[in-house]
Ligand binder design. Structure first.
Ligand code: NG1
Ligand code: ZN
Length: 544
């Protein structure tokens, strides 16, 4: 390693003294002006990871649904998955090392991970549309170059597109062609194959409004429009020409506020959806004739997709293990519907996509979604082979057709990570195939009223949780207090956990009515404030 060059270039990407960041569930994320050194260093780290795995590694510059002034960076591992946990720790140490410690930290990582410094390194880089992203991604390439790594800069891409590229490159084209055109073609072809018979039997077209959060999703969806069949009419709103990124729009805004984004006009019954700022999350919604807003979040999406897959598996006569993975934030009604009506096993994982992803990998087919709309479906290698074989060789026409549909679903879904574009196309296909309106889909089950709040405390690490974050172990007395409060309400549930991306404690509550959910959430917030060292004014009652 040429330490002299590293030291020289590192000074050009100097770390703000005293600044300390953590590689959390979403990588590094903070104000863009504090990230230059982190970007350079993640370029260095990506080279080491690439040398160690002898594979292409991805670096995505984005802060997803966070405000435009923020930015962030995430590394992508060889099969398009999130960075391995041990390397998250290396990332944190490297980002926080003072200049004079840099050499020691790099040497230490190489020793611990047995990195062969003579090996080759290849890194692919992508970025979202934030004004700060271009310069920050150049700092990543500086880091890659100084350690002698090669790179390809994909420029403006969605987060899931970069995950797809990494997977394509490391599977030698097996997963798809590693270009945006390759991505568009793969998904569009699968969508056409999946829907063509159903579309030929009905009049009209599929029409949908998409709020792109004024982000990268708008650019990429526009580009992809050329590949869509004529029957698919996607109307793009919040395309970045007028509004600000993620401001009063996007999947996170719609989910958290449970109201429509600005900049999108909805007629009763019209199907609409919102992407987040880097297009790895999606939620659907509509208003009814009475003007009421209905949100179809990640739980409703998981339910629709798993119902569809389960029906196809039964038709094809395939006996594959199948499960849905959720987090504690999943609405209680969705879990109940999946387990009791659908008879699908449901597992609860800790918040953060990597936890859901790992759990879903335990099954032949694992559907995972966070309530906020991030999710996908994973098919094991063996399941994929069985399905592809049956789609070709099965003699029974009905079974073969079902297997073919499963095969097209495999090709339509981005298995590397949650992908708003891919999820949207799969949902649209399922609605056509099952001949469902958005209101019919919504009526599969009724969400329990719920409320999410945040509490500021001096140190959120005083809260430790267990049982997939559903119970608090510390501070003493907090869980008992929550249990007492929950017992005062009907159909109630509540939990608290420290956020991995913001300096707050998150509170979630659900109950039989909105008023009760709001009251429970408020009382639990007060318990957190009093028992976990709240700062500032005590939480105020919720006014819905
Ligand atoms: P934190 O801040 O740890 O709650 C949030 C989301 C996660 C996940 C990450 C990464 C909620 C309640 N939490 O995590 O689901 O998406 O951001 O972006 O929505
Ligand atoms: Zn995102």
């Amino acid at each position: 390693m040429d330490f002299e060059a590293v030291t020289k270039y590192s000074k050009l990407h100097a770390k703000p003294p005293g600044l300390s960041l953590q590689y959390g569930t979403a990588g590094f994320r903070t104000k863009a002006e504090n990230l230059d050194h982190t970007m350079f260093r993640m370029g260095l780290l990506a080279v080491l990871r690439s040398k160690q795995t002898k594979s292409t590694i991805g670096v995505m510059v984005t802060a997803s649904h966070n405000p435009e002034e923020d930015n962030g960076v995430k590394l992508i591992d060889p099969l398009g998955e999130m960075l391995a946990a041990a390397w998250e720790e290396h990332a944190t140490r490297l980002a926080n090392a003072e200049e004079e410690e840099l050499q020691r930290v790099l040497t230490d990582i190489c020793r611990k991970e047995a990195v062969d410094l003579l090996g080759n390194a290849f890194v692919v880089i992508g970025r979202d549309t934030r004004p700060s992203s271009k310069k920050l991604s150049q700092s990543v390439t500086d880091g890659v170059s100084v350690l002698g790594g090669q790179y390809h800069d994909y420029g403006l891409v969605t987060t899931p597109q970069l995950h797809y590229m990494v997977c394509c490159r490391n599977t030698h084209g097996n997963y798809g062609i590693a270009t945006v055109e390759g991505y568009y073609e793969k998904l569009s072809n699968a969508f056409v194959e999946l829907t063509k018979q159903a579309m030929s039997q009905r009049d009209g077209h599929i029409s949908l409004k998409v709020d792109c959060a004024n982000g990268i999703g708008a650019l990429k969806l526009k580009e992809m429009g050329r590949y869509f069949p004529a029957c698919l009419m996607v109307h793009i709103d919040n395309d970045g020409t007028k509004g600000k990124l993620n401001h009063l729009c996007g999947a996170d805004f719609v989910k958290v506020h449970q109201k429509p984004p600005v900049g999108l006009e909805m007629k009763p019954g019209e199907r609409c959806c919102s992407f987040d700022g880097d297009a790895d999350r999606i939620v659907y919604y509509y208003t009814d004739v009475a003007g009421h807003f209905h949100l179809l979040d990640g739980d409703k999406i998981a339910t629709l997709i798993s119902t569809f897959l389960k029906e196809l598996l039964v038709k094809a006569g395939q006996t594959l293990t199948f499960a849905v993975v959720q987090t504690a934030y999943a609405n209680g009604s969705s879990t109940c519907y999946l387990e009791e009506t659908m008879k699908v096993p449901v597992h609860c994982a800790k918040t953060g996509v990597k936890h859901l992803h790992h759990k879903a990998q335990e099954f032949d087919i694992g559907v995972y979604f966070e309530a906020n709309g991030h999710g996908t479906v994973l098919f094991s290698k063996a399941a994929e082979q069985k399905i592809r074989y049956q789609a070709k060789e099965e003699k029974d026409n009905r079974k073969r057709e079902a297997a073919k549909m499963l095969e097209n679903t495999i090709d339509l879904i981005n298995q590397t990570v949650g992908d708003a574009i891919s999820d949207m196309l799969l949902i649209e296909a399922i609605l056509v195939l099952k001949n469902l309106t958005v209101a019919q889909w919504d009526s599969m089950y009724t969400d329990l009223p719920n409320r999410q709040l945040k509490v500021k405390v001096a140190d959120r690490r005083v809260i430790d949780t267990t049982d997939a974050e559903r119970r608090a172990v510390t501070p003493p007395g907090l869980q008992e207090k929550i249990d007492d409060l929950v017992n005062k309400f009907q159909l109630a549930r509540a939990f608290v956990r420290p956020s991995g991306t913001e300096d707050v404690v998150r509170v979630y509550a659900e109950a039989d009515t909105q008023e009760n959910a709001d009251n429970l959430a408020h009382e639990v917030s007060l318990a957190v404030y009093h028992l976990a060292g709240g700062v500032g004014e005590p939480p105020k009652a919720v006014t819905s």
